[in-house]
Write a protein that binds this ligand. Structure first.
Ligand SMILES: *[C@@H]1O[C@H](CO)[C@@H](O)[C@H](O)[C@H]1NC(C)=O
Ligand SMILES: *[C@@H]1O[C@H](CO)[C@@H](O)[C@H](O)[C@H]1NC(C)=O
Ligand SMILES: *[C@@H]1O[C@H](CO)[C@@H](O)[C@H](O)[C@H]1NC(C)=O
Ligand SMILES: *[C@@H]1O[C@H](CO)[C@@H](O)[C@H](O)[C@H]1NC(C)=O
Ligand SMILES: *[C@@H]1O[C@H](CO)[C@@H](O)[C@H](O)[C@H]1NC(C)=O
Ligand SMILES: *[C@@H]1O[C@H](CO)[C@@H](O)[C@H](O)[C@H]1NC(C)=O
Ligand SMILES: *[C@@H]1O[C@H](CO)[C@@H](O)[C@H](O)[C@H]1NC(C)=O
Ligand SMILES: *[C@@H]1O[C@H](CO)[C@@H](O)[C@H](O)[C@H]1NC(C)=O
Ligand SMILES: *[C@@H]1O[C@H](CO)[C@@H](O)[C@H](O)[C@H]1NC(C)=O
Ligand SMILES: *[C@@H]1O[C@H](CO)[C@@H](O)[C@H](O)[C@H]1NC(C)=O
Ligand SMILES: *[C@@H]1O[C@H](CO)[C@@H](O)[C@H](O)[C@H]1NC(C)=O
Ligand SMILES: *[C@@H]1O[C@H](CO)[C@@H](O)[C@H](O)[C@H]1NC(C)=O
Length: 820
């Protein structure tokens, strides 16, 4: 880590010398942020959206492969997901190097994971965009880089190692392998393998293929291994799952000629065939030994280009520790948002529509809120390709996914949130010179399919309970639903999400000039969330003390009677059920409490505020929610859970009550305590870059309302931020005046956090929000900051961000967004 720090200081010297000089953003990317403490990030080498993602795999927190948790290395594999929760993802066909203690006895080497795993040397880990390396405690140094579908891994054995061995294991991180085959060529040492594996958070199975060639040494001997025994005959192996799905460890191995120092493995991957895996590798990396450095450079250039749309000027002295940490957290967060979804073009075994194919939408429940809005800003070309892919999936699988990984359908967490991505793309007029315009008729068809047709199995696509939704206008608690099957919980969070999803249907329908009866129908349904509001419900602390708020969402039976879920259940304030997922404590709210979900009506905030008794009651609720702390659950003391996505927008919702200053103040309380530049510097799963995108937007000072064309304005953590739109080439700049202390990473940085007034291209700008056109057309937004909350800016009703309903139950000015 020491040498990384020197890098940073060097680069910052440039900032201090000339704040406007472009600083290489790569210097600030530390892929190890979030590599422990549950961030689950992929910390290895990858191209932007690359299929090949090479890293060491460990036996500790290995959801993303590697972790800096001092666990042991079990292998080195070439495919991963990033930041996901639950079961570890991919990690297929790991290689593992060793030197057999008894050179003449192959069985003196260790084959099974439990036998072969080994620690890595502390301080040996080097991770930067396009490159990952470490030294095993066995003395073997391993480093790697990637092309798009190929990893190149170099294994440097201690000098005078006799006949070093590299094995390939027919497994993945989760040991989900079903059938698999491997074959090793005794002349060339080439290992080809295939296997059937299970998706880490989805249904069905997928087949993966690899083709490994070795360079830099002659072959001594080859063979296969099963369990803890190996032999030089046969050269092929087929494994299956037998009695009780018994799992057998097995694979192939190659030993190299004596005293070889470095063996380079070229690992081609495919989801189509081993032939294609070999072809991918040969085409992408014709010469892995001499080509290694240029692959690293290609990756660095690709990342540099992806990160280049945003440039920042830190406040004051660029060399301050606070700025180093802010820049590192910022650019690393930006970097992580472009690891997934992954570009699987040419690797989809089920169809080829002749357009790019993306997978690892893992999951849209996480990514619609901020990750995709960030891509819309800095990489619209890729975002539009991803949306084309979603529509492609709809056309071939019959449904838009809410989650998709490893070519399989992933489990739906709440609503059908791809609906929001498509509506937002329309609202922002997402275009790219390199892709056709999205077919919005098709998009409307796809999202109306979500809203109208209940699938038999709604755990992995569509929505459940639609007949009740249409008949009762809410998702009932303990619904009777003979039409489809799914995890029959989450009636409150599903009602809220389906309402917002139906808003998206209505928005797109109206935008496309569809019949009024059509969009009015969905407009009416988008108000369904109100039907779960129990105006008399109260919320008590676990010790029985009343929090003194009246009115909460509650589960509601089919007969209309309210049931009861303690508003604090599924939060740290509940000892019995601090966490509620699909499988652990399934409840009427998903992964968050009613206290959290009460704010999640992003399309109808003014109606919600009225329901809660007006602006000041709403602000009281927000303050209570964020300030309440407890010691009931060790390590997790807040009612508000910053480690999960539902809270993201909530921290900014003071804007809707005319108090945007409080959003800017509130958001700073999470930096650097929850988001920082340490290896444990994320509060929870990064979820394919969702946490990264959150920290980027918070620091930029423009926070997106996922699904809408709205950015909420807060003071940036920088002196200025510029965003060059990659399609139009125009630059939007946000500048601060009077900002001595707006960087929360600086101990003096919690001072000037209130916007006094704003000018846009020289003219006063009174709204507390702005639309995507600012980025598309470019411009200069200048904000004057101060130490006290302004009593004018962003307060008046007409300056607040758009709500799409005016009063609860009324829809008179629905769809008419306030004009700037
Ligand atoms: C790593 O493996 C070694 C050898 O098997 C073992 O002694 C050690 O406890 C392991 N470390 C961890 C953190 O599991
Ligand atoms: C690395 O450091 C940790 C403590 O930070 C220690 O537990 C572990 O044993 C060390 N590993 C090695 C290989 O030295
Ligand atoms: C490998 O190195 C060892 C120790 O230096 C030496 O004894 C042996 O002859 C070498 N073997 C080959 C094949 O070069
Ligand atoms: C595994 O192989 C067995 C035996 O060839 C076959 O019956 C079974 O269908 C295969 N299963 C999978 C998941 O490929
Ligand atoms: C895997 O390879 C074996 C041996 O070549 C072949 O018989 C089998 O069909 C392949 N399986 C898949 C899923 O491609
Ligand atoms: C994905 O890969 C395909 C095929 O190489 C390419 O045409 C497309 O531009 C890539 N998409 C992105 C966003 O890089
Ligand atoms: C959307 O963008 C395209 C391409 O820039 C432009 O031609 C079109 O006029 C825009 N549509 C709207 C409604 O702004
Ligand atoms: C767009 O989608 C609609 C609905 O599926 C289809 O009828 C139409 O042909 C598509 N348009 C284009 C240009 O592909
Ligand atoms: C009950 O718990 C809340 C929250 O921890 C605390 O503020 C309050 O003082 C407690 N009341 C009593 C009577 O202990
Ligand atoms: C709720 O109101 C009661 C009565 O006014 C008061 O005693 C109590 O302290 C309040 N509770 C909280 C948490 O503010
Ligand atoms: C409604 O149904 C619930 C659950 O079955 C039941 O407890 C409640 O008494 C019913 N309410 C009425 C008014 O029938
Ligand atoms: C903005 O606020 C500052 C500080 O309150 C004030 O000096 C300045 O005149 C204001 N500018 C505009 C354009 O209102």
């Amino acid at each position: 880590m020491k040498h990384l720090f020197l890098f940073l200081v060097e680069a910052l010297a440039v900032v201090a010398f000339d704040p406007l000089t472009f600083v290489d953003p790569l210097t600030f990317v530390d892929p190890l942020i979030g590599s422990t403490n549950g961030g689950n990030v992929f910390a290895g080498a990858s191209l932007p959206y690359g299929l090949a993602k090479a890293v060491a795999d460990v036996d500790g927190q290995n959801t993303g492969g590697f972790a800096t948790d001092n666990s042991n290395v079990t292998g080195f594999s070439a495919m991963h997901d990033s930041g996901t929760g639950g079961n570890p993802s991919l990690g297929n066909f790991p290689l593992f190097p060793q030197v057999c203690p008894d050179d003449s006895g192959i069985n003196s080497c260790s084959f099974r994971i439990g036998d072969r795993k080994v620690a890595y040397n502390n301080g040996s880990v080097v991770s930067r965009p396009g490159y990952f390396g470490l030294t095993l405690s066995s003395g073997i140094e391993v480093d790697m880089t990637t092309a798009h579908k190929t990893a190149v891994m170099r294994f440097s054995f201690p000098s005078a190692s006799q006949h070093p061995l590299i094995l390939l294991d027919l497994t993945d991180l989760w040991q989900s392998r079903q059938n698999a085959s491997v074959s090793v060529d005794p002349e060339t040492g080439r290992i080809t393998a295939n296997g059937t594996f299970l998706p880490s958070f989805g249904a069905g199975s997928y087949d993966a293929y690899t083709c490994v060639d070795f360079f830099g040494s002659g072959i001594h001997e080859t063979g296969v291994w099963v369990n803890n025994r190996a032999g030089t005959e046969p050269k092929e192996l087929f494994v299956t799952r037998g009695f009780n799905l018994f799992y057998l460890e097995a694979g192939a191995f190659v030993r190299f000629q004596g005293n070889s120092s470095t063996v380079t493995a070229r690992v081609g991957m495919s989801f189509i065939s081993t032939d294609q895996a070999c072809r991918n590798a040969q085409q992408e990396v014709p010469d892995p030994i001499t080509g290694f450095d240029s692959l690293v450079k290609t990756a660095e250039d690709a990342w540099r280009q992806k990160l280049s749309p945003i440039s920042v000027v830190p406040v004051g002295d660029g060399n301050s520790a606070g700025n180093v940490e802010l820049l590192t957290s910022f650019y690393s967060g930006l970097y992580r948002t472009m690891l997934s979804p992954q570009n699987y073009t040419g690797e989809n075994p089920y169809w080829d529509s002749g357009i790019p194919y993306f997978d690892s939408f893992y999951c849209i429940w996480d990514s619609f809120r901020v990750q995709h809005p960030l891509l819309t800003l800095i990489d619209p070309d890729s975002q539009i390709q991803m949306l084309h892919s979603l529509l492609d999936i709809y056309e071939h699988e019959g449904w838009l996914p809410d989650c998709h990984m490893s070519l399989c359908k992933g489990w739906t967490q709440g609503g059908s949130n791809a609906d929001l991505l498509l509506a937002e793309a329309y609202a922002k007029n997402l275009t790219s010179p390199h892709s056709p315009r999205l077919n919005y008729s098709l998009a409307l068809e796809a999202i109306m399919n979500d809203a109208e047709n209940e699938p038999l199995e709604w755990s992995y696509h569509g929505r459940g309970g639609l007949s009740s939704w249409k008949r009762l206008d809410y998702i009932p608690y303990l619904d009777f639903d003979p039409n489809g099957f799914g995890t029959n919980s989450r009636s409150i969070s599903r009602t809220l999400e389906y309402s917002y999803n139906d808003w998206a249907v209505s928005f797109l329908s109206r935008s496309l000039d569809r019949p009024q009866s059509e969009w009015e129908k969905y407009q009416a349904r988008s108000a369904n969330w109100q039907n779960l509001w129990n105006p008399t419900q109260r919320s008590l602390f676990p010790n029985g003390t009343d929090t003194n708020f009246t009115g909460f969402f509650q589960p509601r039976y089919l007969n209309g009677t309210f049931g009861l879920q303690d508003p604090m259940t599924c939060s740290a304030f509940s000892t019995a059920t601090p966490f509620c997922s699909l499988t652990s404590n399934p409840s009427e709210t998903f992964e968050a409490s009613i206290w959290q979900y009460q704010f999640l009506v992003p399309h109808a905030m003014d109606a919600l505020i009225q329901l809660m008794g007006g602006d000041s009651s709403f602000v009281d609720r927000l303050n209570f929610y964020f300030d309440a702390t407890t010691t009931y659950t060790p390590g997790n003391t807040h009612l508000a859970d910053i480690s999960n996505e539902p809270v993201f927008l909530t921290a900014f919702q003071y804007h809707y009550a005319g108090r945007p200053g409080l959003s800017g103040q509130r958001i700073r309380t999470f930096f650097p305590s929850a988001f920082n530049a340490s290896n444990g510097g994320l509060p929870g799963n990064d979820d394919s870059g969702a946490m990264g995108a959150f920290s980027v937007f918070a620091a930029m000072g423009l926070f997106p309302v996922g699904g809408q064309d709205t950015y909420l304005i807060t003071p940036p953590f920088f002196s200025s931020v510029s965003v060059r739109h990659p399609v139009t080439g125009n630059t939007a700049t946000i500048k601060t005046k009077g900002a001595a202390g707006n960087n929360p990473f600086d101990i003096h940085g919690r001072k000037d956090v209130y916007i006094q007034n704003i000018t846009l291209d020289g003219n006063p700008y009174s709204s507390s929000w702005i639309s995507y056109s600012f980025f598309k057309n470019g411009g200069t937004m200048e904000m004057t900051l101060g130490t006290n909350e302004s009593d004018t800016w962003g307060r008046a009703q007409q300056t607040r961000p758009p709500s799409w309903t005016t009063t609860a139950g009324s829809s008179s000015s629905w769809m008419v967004s306030p004009q700037v």
